[in-house]
Design a protein. Structure first.
Length: 172
């Protein structure tokens, strides 16, 4: 299988919806009853608007991982097997990380195509984009219980930096 990575345009945003829903389903699996996960419709409406805004405002990009063989074999000709959404944000006041940092907001590969280096290719493309923009730091979050994602992220040079701790206010 040969996968190519291409930059998405606004017209491509709807193509990622099925993968977004798969990611949300995985969140439900990992979060269990401990953490509330939005329903798929509400989550997609929110994320869809964010993606459109990031692309239109030039503060983010989306990279698509496309398998041409899968595209030819599928009824819709989509061939989308993964994607990454990268956003550029102010680095904040405390740490000297430069003017902006990259935030990988979404990284997802279809379950049938995992363990083939696609996530790695998407992360490389995000890194190239950040280098082009002279952004020196990038961060990514995942659920702490998602060991598969943690392994991929750490294999690609990410290491713990800040720790986000969370609790329910109404639960003692």
């Amino acid at each position: 299988m040969t996968v190519r990575i291409e930059r998405a345009h606004v017209r491509d945003v709807n193509r990622v919806k099925p993968l977004w829903k798969l990611l949300l389903s995985r969140y439900r699996d990992y979060a269990g009853d401990d953490w509330p996960v939005r329903d798929a419709k509400d989550a997609w409406e929110r994320r869809h608007q964010e993606y459109l805004g990031w692309i239109n405002d030039g503060v983010g990009v989306i990279y698509l991982a496309i398998d041409d063989e899968a595209a030819q074999a599928s009824a819709d000709g989509n061939g989308l097997v993964g994607y990454a959404a990268l956003r550029f944000v102010d680095s904040g006041a405390a740490m000297n990380l430069g003017e902006a940092v990259g935030v990988i907001e979404t990284l997802v590969v279809h379950p049938d195509h995992r363990e083939q280096g696609i996530g790695h290719q998407l992360l490389i493309q995000c890194r190239r984009e950040l280098e082009k923009r002279e952004i020196a730091f990038c961060c990514i979050e995942t659920l702490s219980s998602n060991e598969e994602a943690m392994a991929l992220i750490q294999k690609n040079g990410f290491r713990p930096y800040m720790t986000r701790l969370i609790r329910r206010i109404d639960n003692d």
